[in-house]
Design a protein around this ligand. Structure first.
Ligand SMILES: [Zn+2]
Length: 268
């Protein structure tokens, strides 16, 4: 019988979970809202609920793999650092917590590191050995693969492109600095920028912004044009450092790629 594992992706907005066979066949997928603003215990209880539901569906599993936003010590399975996108998450021994509860082997890594490994196994990264992956969702994450090997850095923070300073003395970031990339090109930044320009609290997520864009809203068009420009600048800078064969872009925003993909690329 083929081995079965559960794969989990913990983001600031939702937690996604899948049951996967050892050959990569996806048997089922579920998601819950992270409800991150309610803090660590709440996020954990949502995570447990999701895993319980997946196990109820899959039966016994052989292992659980978790990708979480933040800097993760993947040897110990500890969250070394997390911003307030996941309040209270920093310091959590997530591997131990899950192994105690589920009595199976658990691996924990940064969410984008986990994503790029998946892309190299079965996705967009299959034929490449030098990859830059970016995820654009609640925040912005990155993962670097050179010569087929994931680069983790000396403090588990290689590829943390969301906190590259893009605009000197720019918007306050929840990492403590100002002007970070994440404050300009994340899903959160996009909808907040719309509300800022329109001086309203009209929209609550990036999905609504893309809906407005689709219906010809001028402010939405400006916000998305600016987003594409800043994303292009970021990609150019990263290219100059890493010279990868391919950029893979993922994250919640990518569901709307048909819209911003059509915007003019200033540096193409
Ligand atoms: Zn930052």
């Amino acid at each position: 019988m083929k081995k079965k594992v559960i794969g989990i992706d913990i983001g600031g907005t939702k937690i996604l979970g899948g049951i996967v066979e050892e050959d990569g066949t996806l048997l089922g997928i579920k998601q819950v809202d992270t409800q991150a603003e309610k803090g660590r215990e709440f996020i954990l209880s949502n995570l447990f609920k999701l895993i319980d539901d997946l196990i109820a569906e899959a039966g016994k599993v052989d292992a659980i793999g978790v990708g979480s936003a933040g800097k993760i010590d993947c040897e110990k399975g500890i969250v070394v650092y997390a911003t307030d996108n996941l309040p209270g998450w920093m310091g959590l021994a997530l591997k131990d917590v899950l192994e105690d509860r589920y009595k199976v082997e658990v691996a924990v890594d940064n969410d984008v590191n986990a994503a790029v490994l998946g892309e190299m196994w079965l996705g967009a990264g299959r034929s490449y050995r030098n990859i830059m992956m970016m995820t654009i969702g609640t925040g912005v994450g990155g993962a670097i693969v050179i010569d087929g090997k994931l680069i983790r850095g000396s403090h588990w923070s290689a590829g943390e492109i969301g906190h590259m300073i893009l605009i000197p003395r720019g918007r306050q970031c929840n990492c403590g600095r100002q002007g970070c990339l994440e404050q300009y090109v994340s899903g959160t930044a996009l909808y907040k920028r719309y509300n800022e320009i329109s001086n309203s609290l009209k929209i609550k997520n990036a999905k609504q912004l893309f809906e407005l864009y689709k219906h010809g809203d001028e402010i939405a068009r400006k916000v998305i044009d600016d987003f594409v420009e800043l994303l292009s600048i970021s990609i150019m800078s990263i290219r100059n450092i890493l010279d990868p064969e391919v950029f893979i872009i993922g994250g919640g925003i990518i569901e709307s790629k048909a819209m911003f993909g059509a915007a003019k690329l200033p540096f193409a």
